[in-house]
Design a protein around this ligand. Structure first.
Ligand SMILES: O=c1ccn([C@@H]2O[C@H](COP(=O)(O)OP(=O)(O)O[C@H]3O[C@H](CO)[C@@H](O)[C@H](O)[C@H]3O)[C@@H](O)[C@H]2O)c(=O)[nH]1
Length: 467
């Protein structure tokens, strides 16, 4: 297992590793030392089946004050501002020689990897180990960006420029709302590769195109109950098997077994949650990568305040040297809301909070892990996409009636405290939330169904190995 260096990728790859180990498969989970340290404890009954393999970045990619290198002690997207993401990709690409040596020595049956390592299928072919690209992005997002023939030959595309991302591509044969909004493209460009100054010279489209093209088959964190039309389309576009591995819903049991430092504060949080009425709390969390601006923090804070609902807000501290990040709350906000609101500025036990019956709604950035976690516990989603694929996820969820998106200015993406409060009240107080909640739990919360998808995935691995 070789996930991209982002908590939103490492966590579900680890979850799939545990699912495979529970079925008796042996897994080597490969990442860098700081990321491996952040993983939850391996359950004792699986510890003989999961091995953590630590690879170090090459020194040439990391440097103290040098703006053209990755800052010291930064090993995941959580540690850096979005503008430095290309340095992390450089360092990740630099893991090729050490991963090759590991593969030569350990000879696994399969390599299950993420989209960033475009070089890995080539290495796999050299050492005689087949590759599966395991996508954490839903089939709808993958279909939107297109098949390898398009990804690897962008010049041949009919639609170009911004229009390419804001209109439904011509290979989608059914009505769709899965497109980016203009303001989301501005965010996407901040993390794009711009060689030679700050880039790897390898675009994300090339990375996707190569791993899809050279994979034996493509596994997607998804299920037919969620997006059958997109999964079918993807298999046609790729001309190879596309296997849904299920949504990997969280297991609270797993999380309550974690004994790492991050959960020390659970007792305090739990006490606070116990004091709230069932289904009344809005959990607000915008993931591990997005950094909020001062204006966004102001509007969110004032929106939460005027909604009059109890809230638990996890607010990520901006990594050092982030430009345009928030520095404060609106004057008097914390004092005025202290009776019914909690702002939490470190790593929160998200799954345990979402599982608590006091939580009724989840104001989310639409990172797929958060979406699955919220819906699996029957929480109603209020959608506020920030960066990356999150806008596409929001459109897909709203189209499927699995959440409502907070209205915002189409050009600059700004939103107002009134639109936050209004959206919250529509789903938390009025009847609309009930329908959304039931639908979400039905598709996302059925652990047995999602386990059977994992079994199907294992079957595919075995059949391909046999042939
Ligand atoms: O304080 C925290 C913050 C996060 N988490 C967990 O971290 C994961 C975060 O994943 P996700 O919700 O997907 O958010 P991001 O990490 O921000 O998402 C990145 O990864 C996703 C999956 O690929 C993409 O959809 C997003 O665009 C990309 O930003 C989830 O499991 C959370 O439960 C915690 O437990 N505590």
């Amino acid at each position: 297992m070789f996930p991209w260096l982002a908590m939103g990728h490492i966590i579900p790859y680890f979850q799939l590793s545990k699912c495979l180990a529970r079925k008796g498969l042996r897994v080597s989970f490969v990442s860098t030392p700081r990321n491996l340290k952040k993983l939850p404890r391996i359950p004792p009954n699986l510890s003989s089946l999961i091995t953590l393999v630590s690879l170090h970045f090459l020194n040439d990619h990391v440097g103290g004050g040098d703006d053209n290198l990755l800052p010291e002690n930064s090993e995941s997207t959580t540690d850096i501002p979005i503008q430095k993401i290309q340095h992390l990709k450089n360092a990740f690409d630099g893991l090729e020689p050490s991963l090759t040596t590991f593969l030569e020595n350990s000879k696994p049956d399969w390599i299950i990897h993420d989209y960033v390592c475009h070089w890995l299928p080539r290495v796999g072919a050299k050492v005689g180990v087949p590759c599966v690209f395991f996508s954490l992005f839903p089939a709808a997002s993958l279909a939107f960006i297109g098949p390898p023939s398009v990804l690897l030959n962008p010049k041949k595309e009919q639609t170009t420029g911004l229009k390419k991302f804001t209109t439904v591509p011509n290979w989608v044969p059914f009505p769709s709302n899965v497109v980016y909004k203009f303001h989301e493209l501005l965010q996407l460009m901040k993390g794009a590769s711009r060689p030679p100054q700050n880039g790897t010279g390898v675009s994300d489209m090339y990375r996707y195109g190569t791993v899809i093209q050279d994979s034996k088959f493509v596994a997607v964190r998804s299920c037919v109950e969620f997006e059958s039309e997109w999964l079918n389309l993807l298999a046609e576009l790729y001309q190879k098997p596309v296997i849904p591995v299920g949504l990997l819903p969280p297991s609270v049991k797993d999380h309550s077994e974690e004994d790492d430092d991050r959960n020390d504060n659970w007792v305090v949080i739990k006490e606070w949650l116990e004091e709230q009425r069932e289904g009344s709390v809005v959990y607000v969390a915008l993931g591990t990568e997005a950094t909020l601006s001062q204006e966004q923090v102001n509007e969110l804070a004032l929106g939460l305040e005027s909604s009059e609902l109890p809230f638990f807000w996890v607010l990520r501290k901006p990594p050092s040297s982030t430009q345009d990040a928030f520095t404060s709350f609106p004057e008097g906000f914390q004092e005025r809301t202290k009776e019914r609101g909690m702002v939490y500025m470190s790593w929160a036990p998200q799954v345990r909070i979402l599982a608590h019956p006091s939580v009724g709604g989840f104001l989310t950035h639409c990172g797929l892990n958060s979406v699955v976690e919220g819906l699996a516990f029957g929480r109603v989603l209020i959608l506020l996409p920030m960066i990356n694929d999150q806008g596409l996820n929001a459109r897909l969820l709203e189209g499927k009636k699995l959440g409502i998106e907070i209205p915002r200015n189409e050009r600059d993406g700004s939103f107002t405290s009134e639109s936050v409060a209004e959206s919250l009240r529509v789903v938390m107080v009025e009847n609309e939330g009930k329908v959304l909640r039931e639908k979400g739990r039905e598709v996302f919360g059925d652990e047995k169904r999602h386990e059977s998808y994992v079994n199907g995935f294992i079957q595919q691995l075995k059949e391909h190995t046999a042939t």
